[in-house]
Design a protein around this ligand. Structure first.
Ligand code: ADP
Ligand code: S3P
Ligand code: MG
Length: 180
């Protein structure tokens, strides 16, 4: 959402390997708030793992399962830190959901060269084979303008340490980070 959320709910979005799980875990450790990753949200909302969804239903199925996971994250009680699926911005309804979400929406980004290094061969992640760099460039080209338009806060994880990312998010939450 643009403006301040009414509760301490943080949604971390961005390309795969940008640092959602890492920053989410560090923010959770710093605050004591729970961190739920997309994988966990998919399981809660759909009763199956992301891998099972991908293997049985492919791209349309994972998009649908991850849309449900996004709604699940917004239905969980605050405080909460959630890592949402990188691909949610490919679905119009999910873009609208993120735009109106009562949450601080944080876009983690990094240059493609950095993401390429972090994903390695890409064998354990969807969509990347046989050419991770080309796949990441193509995905980012479509997604980055949307991530940018939705973000309340944007952080470059190649230039901002995990600890600094946590501090910037807490600063953006203001009083919500320190409930009285
Ligand atoms: N500033 C940073 N913030 C978050 N992750 C970072 C940062 N710098 C380097 N990394 C590394 O980038 C990788 C991010 O992976 P991960 O957190 O699994 O991403 P995602 O959940 O977005 O797919 C990790 O290996 C992490 O150590
Ligand atoms: O880029 C994508 O479309 C996806 C990235 C992965 O998420 P992470 O960003 O958590 O690695 C994967 O789990 C998700 O289902 C699809
Ligand atoms: Mg992750």
């Amino acid at each position: 959402m643009t403006g301040q959320p009414s509760e301490a709910r943080v949604l971390l979005m961005g390309m795969m390997a940008v640092g959602k799980s890492t920053v989410g875990g560090a923010l959770a450790a710093a605050t004591g708030w729970p961190y739920v990753d997309n994988d966990e949200l998919v399981l809660r909302a759909n009763g199956v793992t992301t891998r099972q969804v991908l293997d049985t239903g492919g791209r349309p199925a994972i998009r649908q399962a991850e849309s449900r996971a996004l709604r699940q994250a917004l239905a969980e009680p605050a405080p909460l830190v959630a890592g949402v699926a990188a691909g949610v911005v490919e679905i119009e309804d999910d873009i609208a959901t993120l735009r109106s979400a009562d949450a601080l929406v944080v876009w983690l980004h990094a240059p493609i060269e950095v993401l390429v290094q972090r994903v390695g061969t890409g064998e354990d992640r969807p969509w990347l084979s046989p050419d991770p760099e080309a796949a990441l460039r193509r995905l980012a080209e479509g997604r980055d303008p949307i991530y940018s338009s939705l973000a309340d806060l944007s952080l470059d994880t190649s230039a901002t340490s995990t600890g600094e990312c946590v501090q910037r998010i807490l600063d953006a939450l203001g009083p919500l980070a320190h409930p009285s």
